[in-house]
Write a protein that binds this ligand. Structure first.
Ligand code: A3P
Length: 329
């Protein structure tokens, strides 16, 4: 089996070597797979391995996100909702979210599990995980394996207003870049802006990624729940309840009366999570301290960074790209 996995990864690396590439934010180029851009530094050949080898189960809940749009938050909320029966005392010291970052509790398929930079060229055996499995991805809807649609598993997708996503992206990838290769200076906001607008961001073009899930949510509303970071900030109770219902574990009236919804929101709040020791000091598989995932956590922070011309241009591109879809970003 080991040899078979090595053969599979060898073949995927050969395929990646034939794909179009561009210079990205790290020292290695980004490659284009099925219309989207990926850094090999970040994912290796993970997206291809997920596409070819991940087998979804009917009971899976897959958390999908545009990078920097609230993945860490969504993972925390979904984990807390799904596991509330086994960890009912949310404010006690025992809750896993108080000891582990949500990225360690809800692994991302192509970044961790199928990424050959980390898995020693072994296809992970995810069948051993208990059902329902809670997994995550940043891959576009259109690149997910057929078993995702065929199994009828559930997907919760999150995106965020484009200005804040871009600024968050800029801060974050400068952190990763300084960690990975200290000889490379920081990337300017202008440079990031240009790549972003051209669709050459990690898992970009962002608009296409969001549109894929948007269409999925319209075609298959029972299977794809489309959320926005900004809405979650504004009405957390409403959206957490929607999430729980969608996941097949709605809050009972008893739970609501006992304040379970508010407790989960509080447990997963930026203030709470960002102040935990684990999120201040522990590092992830990229060697980046988890505090990089908790910067401001505010809506509209990009106003302090982007010029009005930049916002104008982003707005213009967004309008063009999403025209007629009913989606706004
Ligand atoms: P900012 O950089 O604007 O602060 P991702 O998790 O997809 O990488 O997204 C990171 C963004 O989500 C960061 O945005 C981060 O601060 C914010 N974030 C992380 N945890 C959060 C939480 N519990 N509540 C609200 N926002 C959170």
């Amino acid at each position: 089996e080991e040899e078979e996995d090595e053969r599979i990864y060898k073949r995927l690396k050969e395929i990646v070597a034939t794909l179009p590439t561009i210079k990205g934010w790290s020292s290695n180029p980004m490659y284009q797979y099925q219309g989207f851009w990926y850094s090999s530094d970040l994912v290796g050949v993970g997206p291809l391995a997920v596409h070819d080898h991940f087998k979804a189960h009917t009971t899976d809940v897959l958390l999908a996100a545009t990078p920097k749009s609230g993945t860490t938050w969504l993972k925390s909320l979904a984990f807390a909702v799904m596991n509330r029966k086994s960890h009912p005392s949310l404010d006690g010291r025992q809750h896993p979210l108080l000891k582990f970052n949500s990225h360690d509790l809800v692994p991302t398929l192509e970044l961790r599990l199928y990424n050959n930079n980390h898995n020693g060229d072994r296809i992970p055996n995810l069948d051993i995980l208990l059902s329902p499995r809670l997994l995550a991805t940043h891959m576009p809807y259109t690149s997910l394996p057929q078993s995702v649609t065929h199994s009828g598993c559930r997907i919760i997708y999150i995106c965020r207003n484009i200005n804040d996503t871009l600024v968050s992206y800029w801060h974050f990838f400068n952190r990763v870049r300084s960690k990975n290769n200290s000889s490379m200076g920081p990337i300017t906001l202008e440079e990031t802006f240009e790549w972003f607008c051209e669709g050459k961001s990690e898992y970009g073009p962002l608009w296409d990624q969001a549109l894929g899930y948007w269409k999925g949510s319209l075609d298959r509303p029972q299977n794809v729940l489309f959320l926005k970071y900004d809405d979650l900030q504004e009405e957390p109770v409403l959206h957490l309840k929607r999430m729980a219902e969608f996941m097949g574990c709605p809050f009972s009236s008893m739970e609501e009366k006992e304040g379970m919804v508010d407790q989960i929101i509080k447990l997963c709040s930026f203030e709470n999570l960002s102040n935990l020791a684990v999120n201040k000091t522990a590092t992830n598989h990229l060697g980046v301290t988890y505090d990089a995932y908790f910067r401001q956590g505010k809506v509209g922070d990009s106003m302090s960074y982007l010029t009005s011309e930049m916002m104008e241009e982003l707005h213009h591109i967004t309008e063009q790209k999403l025209h007629g879809s009913g989606l706004t970003l």
